[in-house]
Design a protein around this ligand. Structure first.
Ligand code: NAD
Length: 352
């Protein structure tokens, strides 16, 4: 007779911030079976109708925590505006609640470090919601690149353009969107960013930038480019990894992955072949199982809270590194310099 493993007890989960992102987390916290939903916090109430039981919507974190000690949350997803992350996290972790914090981890590196220190001091678990790492197309792209399908990887290019989501008030496109890309380039390219140079545009009359182009290099020589804006009339989410045998292209809107192989060129004159470069070869589109990235993220976080040290989550330190890279991008754009980035992400000075 085969032994069956009982499903683990659902963890008591809450959502803080019921906006555009929080409503999706709220749905999964109520329906995934991974958690027992114990409440939502939003001073503006449940504007998107995300919570089935209106009695579980609270105006403050304090009200959630004081509601019923028997149903105190074990974990909370923090999906408030970026500048509100630190106060929300401080209050939650002081009450012993583990936190999955939406990206970017905080508005600047100092605040991100403050957040991490509070989580560690409280002895709870924390992770950051860089949900692109849970996208099936990017997971498969990375697996194939690491397995050697591309041979040596030359370049990683990300493109994340589209119209402006009017609700973003507190940060610019670098911190709000490009933190995805600044996290992905090293994760996909297999090494940390060591130098970068950036150019920005301010076209919408807001305090913060609305377009950024970054060019840079990873530790072992792979180059990268990142194009991100809120000015384009169509939404594109595309990541290309180019290597000596071809190119893998992921579309994270549709979770599609395509391989463009280099053509086989037969020539008796090898030198001429080198000079001609590559030619077009076979194109393969892979059939992927399309798991919801946010559900994959929540599953990984629940495993972490249960004590699985190998759980597939993006660590708070990786979240800090993305915030530090965003800082380096803004500094490069402001000063018109190429910036060196020390291990761990922080900028150390202009590269000459
Ligand atoms: N992972 C992703 O792909 C992704 C996508 C979008 C947004 N985000 C991140 O999620 C966070 C929220 O973004 P959004 O687009 O949902 O914003 P939003 O403005 O739509 O929602 C934020 C919500 O938080 C509420 N709020 C404000 N202060 C609060 C507090 N102290 N306590 C509880 N609730 C509070 C607001 O009333 C609002 O309903 C941001 O950090 C953003 O960067 C991540």
């Amino acid at each position: 007779m085969s032994a069956t493993t009982a499903a683990p007890r659902p963890l008591r989960g809450a959502i803080v911030g019921l906006g555009m992102m929080g409503r999706h987390h709220a749905r999964l916290l109520q329906t995934s079976g991974l958690t027992t939903f114990v409440g939502a916090v939003d001073p503006g109430g449940d504007r998107h109708g995300a919570v089935a039981d209106p009695a579980l919507v609270f105006p403050t974190v304090r009200a959630l925590l004081d509601h019923d000690p028997a149903s105190a949350p074990e974990l909370a997803v923090v999906a408030v505006p970026t500048e509100e992350h630190v106060p929300a996290v401080l209050e939650l972790v002081a009450a012993g609640v583990s936190v999955l914090v939406e990206k970017p981890l905080a508005e600047d590196p100092a605040r991100a470090r403050e957040l991490i220190a509070a989580v560690r001091a409280a002895g709870v678990q924390g992770a950051v919601g860089h949900v692109e790492r849970c996208n099936p197309a990017l997971i498969e792209l990375r697996r194939r690149a690491q397995a050697g399908q591309l041979g040596q990887v030359f370049h990683v290019a990300t493109e994340r353009i589209g119209p402006f989501p009017d609700r973003i008030r507190d940060v610019g496109v670098v911190k709000d969107l490009a933190t995805h890309d600044l996290d992905l380039v090293g994760w996909l390219g297999g090494g940390p960013v060591v130098t970068l140079a950036a150019q920005t545009q301010h076209r919408m009359g807001r305090r913060h930038e609305d377009l950024v182009n970054v060019v840079g290099r990873l530790a072992h020589g792979t180059t990268f480019t990142t194009m991100v804006d809120w000015l384009s009339p169509t939404k594109v989410r595309r990541t290309r990894v180019l290597g000596e045998r071809g190119m893998l292209v992921a579309d994270t809107l549709t979770a599609d992955l395509t391989f463009y192989a280099n053509g086989e060129v037969t020539s008796e004159w090898d030198a001429a072949r080198t000079l001609r470069g590559v030619s077009e070869g076979d194109v393969t589109r892979y059939a992927l199982s399309r798991r919801e990235p946010l559900l994959v993220e929540l599953k990984g976080f629940c495993a972490l809270v249960r004590g699985d040290e190998q759980a597939a989550v993006v660590s708070l330190e990786e979240g800090l590194a993305a915030v530090e890279l965003a800082d380096a991008v803004l500094r490069s754009a402001a000063e018109g310099e190429t910036v060196h980035v020390a291990p761990g992400g922080h900028a150390t000075g202009a590269a000459r």
